[in-house]
Design a protein around this ligand. Sequence first.
Ligand SMILES: Cc1cc2nc3c(=O)[nH]c(=O)nc-3n(C[C@H](O)[C@H](O)[C@H](O)COP(=O)(O)OP(=O)(O)OC[C@H]3O[C@@H](n4cnc5c(N)ncnc54)[C@H](O)[C@@H]3O)c2cc1C
Length: 419
Amino acid sequence: MAQQFDLIVVGAGMVGATLARALADTSLRIAVLDALPLDQPLTARATDSGYDPRVSALSAASENILANLDAWSRIAPAYRSPYRYMCVWDGEGTGEIRFDAGVLGENRLGHIVENWRVQQAVLDSLAATEVSLLGGQRVTELIREPAGWRLQLASGEAVQAPLVVAADGARSRLRELAGFAMREWDYLHHALVTTVQVEKPHAETAWQTFLPSGPLAFLPLNDREGGHYCSIVWSLLPEQAQRIMALDDAQFMLELQTAFEGRLGRILAADQRHCIPLRQRHAQRYVMPGLALIGDAAHSIHPLAGQGVNLGLLDVAELSAVLQAALQRGEDIASLPVLQRYERRRMGANLSMMAAMEGFERLFHADALPLRWLRNSGMQWLNGQGMVKAGIVRRAMGLGNRLPALAHAPELVGESPDY
Ligand SMILES: Cc1cc2nc3c(=O)[nH]c(=O)nc-3n(C[C@H](O)[C@H](O)[C@H](O)COP(=O)(O)OP(=O)(O)OC[C@H]3O[C@@H](n4cnc5c(N)ncnc54)[C@H](O)[C@@H]3O)c2cc1C
């Protein structure tokens, strides 16, 4: 006999857990299930720096979403590393742009936070709700039934609901079982990820240089015991990634320091390196009757954007608003017309961010002289354009023109568009 719910969220990662929290105060009976056990606290991987290698640059909009759901305050300030400035330069030329949250009267563009701490904060905020957390449960089959979906689990158990949301990540099993068509391609790059200790303070700046091999980012982390730390994401061609992964620590730190032009002095220490093949994926549709994709299950984007989870949390804000409005009107929340309202609000925004990142990536990989001139002189020009830069800062903070209610600062939550 299958357990019955009104809504099942598959995947209790940062995005899926946040959706469950956003709808926890409605009349819906909700279950969130994940292949990982959810009854023990999450922890960081053991590293010398103490920082888990998987971190995200969370925009101000994401911070608002987490704050409105009582999760942000559960991340202790010591573990939220604010960044106020962004410095982007062409490693092959003279172009450089600096952005400052101060142009909008803000003291930060966002925060760098370890992924597991965000996920744990949201799971903790779910503890006081009626949402059922089903940990250690992997979905193996998805069966259409007259009343909705039946999910067969590896444990032999089954759960049923009229509405299922897939938040099971970039290689979503649910998306595949449901037969969503995808557009996907390799970036032909791998991301090398680790945490390093640097000699000089990072000055609350997210640094990014564009090298012929790909972008290299240094994201500022809070100091620990007087040491200065950055999370790095270095995008490399596969053969370069393989070579750099094979270096010993001293050689690696020297190469990294050179690639980064020593902007933060010497690299003093580095954690274990991880290498992730980069692939762009975008579902051609986000919804079908009774089923919706959110977060990386719907779209995964180059980490150069630092936007993956930020887009996923905006999916949550829109989908939860659409479902709550439909509930209030007495509509069937699993119906296609209701779910398509969510798709219409998010697909264009996600696609335009993906296209912008694609264009950026191509421009910086271009070797042709006119394009190199264009990007260097373009960057110098842009650096002098206060208004244009303020617009870019707004966008980097996730504060576009039409924000869902949940993404507004807590004191402004009432100001929402119509659903
Ligand atoms: C190198 C790198 C750097 C990045 N940096 C940034 C950044 O700075 N800013 C940013 O916004 N984003 C960044 N991202 C992207 C960000 O990490 C992702 O967008 C985010 O983790 C996606 O969250 P999610 O909850 O959608 O999916 P996931 O985090 O993948 O969670 C999916 C969950 O589903 C569960 N699951 C999977 N399959 C099943 C199944 N069959 N049954 C049950 N459960 C299942 C998994 O256990 C997991 O808990 C980066 C990504 C990379 C690779």
